[in-house]
Design a protein around this ligand. Structure first.
Ligand code: MN
Ligand code: MN
Length: 463
């Protein structure tokens, strides 16, 4: 007696959804294998919006195209999409997520020859455990601004026939390094082997310096038309080449690079394109730079997304669009879609067992992240959690309550707080993930589907 009063945290496996799990996972894995960077993610999702009738806002502004469905991007790194209803001024249902993931970025002048091996020097991007990025195949993906101002997209390592790149660690036989992991595996040693054969310099037999680097630049010049200085005018990243795969005999989990946070980005855009009969206008906002604090022109701290709202209102002929945008933010609710740290059975002691997400238990509703006395977090109100939980219960969405680990264990943040600064009522809700920020993260195919379900339910029914 009394047990019927317990909060039932249970597995979200639903018989009627078996086919959906398979189909949705397949489409998502297909997306992830393409979307290895923020630019590629935005390109894929922009095309998806376009094929579902969404119109480029800048084109619409030029040609005064009147529709309900718009999207806008900046430098192909941030994407804001709208599906408008007649009652725009009643506020929006919004979902935000991020498309950048931890990786190794080239230094601006990256190539150096050491011991007759040409290396690419990197600076890691986001919070990584450095040793996890050693001895794995890496691809290079980059964007270069050429001398004539044109943009060139370059990639090597993603195609099965391409060579790959490796940061090679010291063999155990000769490794006497001892002490803290952070002091043994140094960021400055994240240098990838990029070439090893010297150029044939038959004209000058006395020139023995940097022949491997010369060979590398010759190949890169022939293949892509680049000179060394062009690397300074570029953004290159090294990302794991691994393809996404089901994990385990039962294929319950999906292993891949970049679930954080392309899973919430993909499900949010799918929810936007699939949702029907909206109660309110809807917007999905995808950002870059979350992993380094949402700074910069493509991060959530930039006003670009807020300006996009003003531009849409202006295009719709609404008087005083800037003022009205502020009022609209005050009346809007948002799910901040980001992955949460699921219990890893090997390290369960870093979690509080009754407040931690488990794989297969549905989307994680996260009241707060932060660290040391909830510092630096958007602590969602009872009013908003009440609204969302009641909504999910009414529509049978699989959800669970989460926080980020045990008290004083560590911490982290999401984009949520940048929207509450603007008056938007926001709560974190995203997919539980094991091995977050590693080159091969794990999520559940059930949670993937429930994340999509939750976002679609929110966009369609939250009032
Ligand atoms: Mn994230
Ligand atoms: Mn992250």
């Amino acid at each position: 007696m009394g047990k019927e009063l317990f909060y039932k945290n249970e597995i979200s496996l639903k018989k009627e959804n078996h086919e959906n799990y398979e189909k949705f996972s397949g489409e998502y894995m297909n997306f992830l294998d393409y979307a290895k960077t923020e630019r590629r993610s935005v390109k894929f999702l922009k095309d998806l919006l376009s094929s579902n009738g969404f119109v480029d806002l800048e084109k619409a502004e030029r040609e005064n195209i009147q529709t309900d469905k718009y999207y806008i991007t900046r430098d192909d790194k941030v994407l804001v999409a709208f599906n408008l209803t007649d009652n725009i001024e009643d506020g929006f249902n919004m979902i935000a997520a991020h498309v950048d993931s931890p990786r190794l970025d080239f230094k601006p002048n990256p190539i150096e020859e050491k011991e007759e091996i040409a290396l690419i020097k990197t600076h890691y991007y986001g919070g990584i455990k450095k040793y996890q990025w050693l001895n794995i195949p890496l691809a290079i993906v980059g964007t270069v601004i050429m001398n004539d101002g044109s943009k060139k997209e370059i990639e090597c390592g993603l195609d099965d026939n391409d060579p790959v790149f490796v940061v090679s660690d010291l063999l155990p036989h000769l490794d006497n390094r001892k002490g803290e992991v952070s002091k043994v595996f140094l960021g400055k040693n994240l240098q990838a082997i990029a070439s090893s054969l010297p150029i044939c310099n038959e004209d000058d037999q006395n020139d023995k310096e940097d022949l491997v680097k010369a060979n590398l630049l010759k190949i890169v010049n022939e293949k892509y038309g680049l000179k060394e200085e062009d690397f300074i005018k570029s953004e290159f990243q090294m990302v794991p080449t691994f393809k996404s795969k089901f994990v385990g005999f039962d294929k319950g989990l999906i292993g891949a690079y970049g679930h954080d946070d392309r899973v919430c980005s993909y499900t949010a855009i799918k929810a936007l394109t699939d949702s029907q009969k909206l109660k309110k206008s809807a917007s999905v906002l995808l950002f870059d730079k979350e992993e380094i604090g949402s700074e910069g022109i493509s991060g959530a701290k930039s006003e670009f997304w807020a300006h996009a709202f003003e531009r849409v209102l202006y295009l719709k002929g609404i008087k005083d669009p800037v003022f009205k945008t502020h009022l609209i933010f005050d009346k809007s609710d948002m799910l901040s879609g980001d992955v949460c740290a699921a219990v890893n059975p090997l390290y369960s002691d870093v979690h509080d067992p009754t407040n931690s997400p488990r794989v297969h238990y549905g989307i994680g509703i996260c009241k707060y992240t932060g660290a040391r006395g909830k510092s630096g977090t958007n602590d969602a109100s009872a009013e908003l959690i009440g609204k969302i939980v009641n909504l999910f219960n009414k529509y049978n969405v699989g959800w669970q309550i989460t926080i980020l680990g045990e008290v004083d264990q560590g911490g982290g943040g999401t984009v949520a707080k940048f929207f509450s600064e603007k008056g938007v009522n926001v709560i974190d809700a995203g997919t539980p993930t094991i091995g977050m920020h590693s080159p091969y993260e794990l999520i559940s195919k059930i949670d993937l589907y429930e994340t999509y379900n939750a976002y679609k339910c929110f966009l369609e029914n939250n009032d």
